[in-house]
Design a binder for this molecule. Structure first.
Ligand code: ADP
Ligand code: MG
Length: 237
């Protein structure tokens, strides 16, 4: 199988890093410090897990890495470049090139087939029919869903749906995959299969992945674990 992602040559520099990131949400008179001075570094070829209780700031931290939210203060470095200074247009272009997202509830279109869902990001970036077909088939194979390609999403199990979502995240050959509670709606055995798939994408295909999870079994798959509480990082292992 060919390499699924762009190769990142400099493994001594973080692929993505949060530097003293603060994020304050204001609602009415109250302020929530979702991130209160967070430092994190994710190096190329790592699988990093962010854990912590609900409300500790995990999703906010992940959103920063994907340019889905911007810090009140601090830097978000991607390959050394501060993406928090990008405008919406630059962010969209950057995201389409560099980042794949995987969500707890899969975020797939239920009436389309697995193939059509995985192909969609390639249509958005305007790839030709031939390129789309080759890449879509490759990514479905990579997650072990070649034989299910023509099934509609609503005919697939939860674990299969999450694998479709992972294949979709891979299509653009992102440098980074960000997964927010990707096993949150899956049973234990299926969750472990999804984590094994992430692990093999990192080990065999050079993908860099950051997973948010509060499942202790998921932690075991990480090269590094950040624990968050009240918008801060407690420890890095
Ligand atoms: N868009 C928002 N508006 C206001 N408060 C928010 C928003 N997003 C997150 N928060 C608050 O920030 C804190 C951290 O949220 P979040 O990052 O979603 O935590 P986690 O993913 O660890 O459960 C919580 O107190 C949450 O209520
Ligand atoms: Mg969350």
């Amino acid at each position: 199988m060919s390499i699924a992602v762009k190769q990142t040559s400099d493994i001594t520099r973080p692929l993505v890093a949060l530097r003293d990131v603060h994020r304050v949400f204001k609602t009415g008179n109250t302020e929530v410090r979702a991130l209160d001075g967070v430092d994190m570094s994710i190096f190329p070829g790592q699988l990093v897990v962010i854990k912590g209780r609900s409300g500790s700031g995990k999703t906010t931290a992940l959103n920063m890495m994907g340019g889905l939210d911007q810090p009140t203060r601090g830097q978000v470095l991607f390959k050394g470049e501060d993406i928090s200074t990008f405008n919406e247009r630059m962010l969209t272009r950057w995201r389409r090139k560099e980042v794949g997202f995987v969500f707890q509830s899969f975020g797939l279109l239920p009436y389309l087939t697995a193939y059509e869902n995985v192909e969609l990001p390639l249509k958005i970036v305007g790839r030709s029919l031939g390129e789309r077909r080759a890449r879509t088939e490759e990514c479905l194979e990579l997650v072990g869903l070649g034989p299910r390609a023509q099934h509609r999403i609503l005919e697939l199990s939860g674990g299969e749906q999450q694998r479709v979502a992972i294949a979709r995240a891979l299509t653009i050959s992102p440098s980074l995959i960000l997964a927010d509670e990707p096993t949150g709606e899956l049973d234990f055995a299926t969750s472990m299969k999804v984590m094994e798939l992430f692990r093999s994408l990192v080990d065999e295909h050079g993908v860099t992945i950051c997973v948010v999870s509060h499942n202790p079994a998921v932690e075991e798959f990480g090269d590094k674990v950040y624990e968050m509480a009240d918008g801060r990082v407690l420890e890095g292992e």
